[in-house]
Design a protein around this ligand. Structure first.
Ligand code: FAD
Length: 463
């Protein structure tokens, strides 16, 4: 008998009814009309069939749900924004603890901090904070949940100027496996607080995050559409990493989408789409991006002063649900062999793909590796190969293309970002967490989740 069937038998309909009564928020079951919409996640290739979904109204509901799942031996999936690359916030026969209802946002401008409910997205919080000229360094896409993003590290448009999302994290409210509601910060449960800054969903269910805010006003943002040549790719990391820290770039080798500001003859052409945010005086941003434009004649340039949340308008298509597969790695250098592997792969690429190149340094790199559970502070480049499955008949072929390029690049890998992992096995989890980090995480796991109740994640085994 497989695990999912055992789980369904363990909790009877009567048990579920009694459980539903003990909750303040609704319990959505598979027979409910709201179920399909409530169960949907971003990567529909990973869409599971949960037993039921707890739309938690507060930390008490979370504790009740953890207790019910543990007593009935039901696997727990924790869901906030639903953007797990690995599909960990859903699954067959699981009880989903869904935090989307926790939408509180309390900004304290005098203190320069904000308490943010786990159910909010990066775009929602960024939009609200921009009204005060403030921000938290979240990721590149507005629809991603702040919770999963922050717990893995949180690398985005302000990484070089202001660091990662975890570098702005001051405290969390968390429900641990024993059902206790705890605060974790530098002074309360500091071991737990260290682990939560990069260790993902291993240690409990976070209901609220407190961030230190950073000032961000109008930015220069947009994209340069450059030919995907060897010279252009060779120059990317040296220019991006020596630029003023106000400039953070996220580039994609991909077919140019049919955008109004790109001449039509270039639509569909494979290019380096170099997206950027200059988080300083927008007038100074033009000088910061000028060196990229000296390497090659661009197909198009779209550089606009905008309120900081405007950048999420430009990436919102990536937030739309759809099936995809991803492989990712950190590197110390994007060397010629890797560049050649990328250029060779694109000669035989599917209709839709993107090879994302992020260049780091700056504030993110100044935090010591051991200060948080995100240890890859000195990585200079991240390569992420994403294949959206646009044609169901090509899933196998597109996956094979993705893995072939990954295999060609992997010898140069220095690690991987936990939030960009699918279910890729123990060795890849170890690549996300270097030995010393992993050992410390395993000790914290033993203390707060000794029976590994939270294991639908990049799982740390209790020491
Ligand atoms: C389109 C897209 C763009 C992305 N861009 C970036 C980026 O620029 N930078 C970046 O750093 N990452 C990025 N990511 C990765 C993203 O950070 C992770 O997928 C993250 O886990 C998503 O968080 P979520 O809350 O939306 O996901 P969910 O699917 O809801 O959760 C994912 C996992 O996080 C854990 N988790 C979620 N909520 C909680 C909670 N409240 N308490 C405890 N554990 C929890 C659980 O283990 C859960 O399985 C991107 C992902 C996508 C799909």
């Amino acid at each position: 008998m497989d695990a999912a069937v055992t789980m369904h038998l363990a909790a009877t309909p009567a048990d579920l009814t009694a459980f539903a009564r003990a909750l303040r928020g609704p319990l959505v079951r598979s027979e409910d009309s709201a179920f399909a919409a409530a169960a949907g996640v971003h990567n529909v290739a990973m869409q599971g069939s949960p037993l039921a979904i707890v739309r938690a109204a507060d930390a008490g509901d979370v504790a009740t749900a953890i207790g019910f799942a543990c007593r009935n031996d039901i696997e727990i999936a924790v869901r906030s924004g639903g953007h797990s690359v690995a599909g960990h916030s859903t699954g067959d026969g699981v009880l989903v603890i869904d935090l989307r209802g926790l939408r509180g946002l309390h900004v304290d401008l005098a203190e320069g901090t904000a308490w943010v409910g786990a159910g909010l997205t990066a775009g929602e919080v960024t939009g609200a904070l921009a009204e005060h000229g403030m921000a938290v360094p979240f990721g590149d896409t507005g629809s991603v949940g702040i919770a999963g993003l922050t717990l893995g590290g949180g690398i985005g448009w302000l990484a070089r100027k202001h660091g990662l999302a975890i570098d702005a994290l001051q405290a969390v409210e968390i429900v641990t496996a024993d059902g206790e509601v705890r605060m974790a910060s530098a002074s309360e449960h500091p071991d737990l607080f260290w682990a939560l800054r990069g260790g993902g969903g291993n240690f409990g269910v976070v209901t609220r995050f407190q961030y230190r805010l950073v000032p961000v006003g109008e930015v220069l943002g947009g994209a340069l559409f450059l030919p995907a040549t060897r010279d252009v790719l060779r120059s990317l990391a040296p220019i991006a990493s020596s630029a003023p820290e106000e400039l953070t770039t996220i580039s994609m080798v991909m077919p140019i989408p049919p955008l109004p500001f790109v001449p039509e003859e270039h639509h569909g052409r494979t290019a380096l789409v170099l997206m950027f945010v200059y988080a300083g005086d927008p007038a100074d941003g033009h000088a910061a991006i000028a060196p990229f434009l000296q390497v090659a004649q661009p197909y198009a340039v779209a550089a606009m002063p905008m309120p900081y949340p405007g950048i999420y308008e430009l990436t919102k298509d990536g937030g739309e649900p759809g099936p995809s597969t991803t492989r990712s790695l950190f590197m110390d250098v994007l060397d010629d062999a890797s560049i050649d592997a990328i250029l060779e792969a694109v000669t035989d690429a599917p209709d839709m793909f993107l090879i994302q190149l992020r260049v780091f340094g700056g504030a993110m790199a100044r935090v010591p590796a051991e200060a948080t559970a995100f240890a890859h502070r000195s990585a200079t480049v991240q390569v992420t190969i994403v294949n959206p499955f646009t044609d169901p008949a090509r899933v196998a072929a597109d996956t094979a293309w993705n893995r072939a390029l990954f295999t060609a690049l992997e010898p140069k890998a220095t690690g991987v970002y936990a939030n960009f992992l699918e279910d890729e096995g123990e060795a890849r989890i170890r690549a996300a967490y270097p030995e010393a980090t992993y050992r410390r995480l395993a000790m914290v796991k033993r203390r707060y989740d000794p029976r590994n109740a939270f294991h639908r994640n990049q799982n740390i085994r209790p020491a």
